[in-house]
Design a protein around this ligand. Structure first.
Ligand code: HEC
Length: 103
């Protein structure tokens, strides 16, 4: 279902690289994100995790790569670094595309 949504969005005129990323099935990754940020990306249960729904795709790609490389160091940044350590660039693109389209 989420994959279908991503593929649909890709078909609505996204760039080639996004379309490629959207071919990725990131459903399992999104379920882990949802554990801490909620399925809607609003982090209602844990507000200090930050809202990620509706965020700019470019920012999400940037910040997720920062967490992946340990470029961000803060009180809870290790939690996020662990959450994205295993993701490759195409995973991050597809995940960012997903959250950027949520209200
Ligand atoms: C185990 C809990 C946990 C998981 C799993 C998790 N996050 Fe996070 N996330 C956090 C916490 C805690 C922070 C705040 C980190 C800090 O203090 O720097 C955060 C911060 C973020 C931010 C930065 C928000 C901002 O406004 O800058 C983004 C974006 C984000 N997470 C996206 C994701 C995505 C996408 C996934 C799935 C791949 C994910 N997170 C998985 C707990 C989690």
């Amino acid at each position: 279902m989420k994959t279908a949504t991503l593929l649909l969005l890709a078909g609505l005129g996204a760039t080639a690289s996004i379309a490629q990323a959207a071919d990725r099935d990131v459903t399992a990754h999104l379920q882990r994100c949802a554990d801490c940020h909620g399925a809607d990306g609003l982090s209602t249960a844990m507000p200090s995790n930050g809202r990620i729904a509706g965020q700019h795709r470019e920012y999400l790609v940037y910040i997720l790569k920062q967490y992946r490389t340990g470029g961000i160091r803060g009180l809870n940044s290790g939690i996020m670094s662990n959450a994205v350590r295993h993701l490759d660039d195409a995973d991050i693109e597809a995940i960012a595309q997903h959250y950027s389209t949520l209200p």
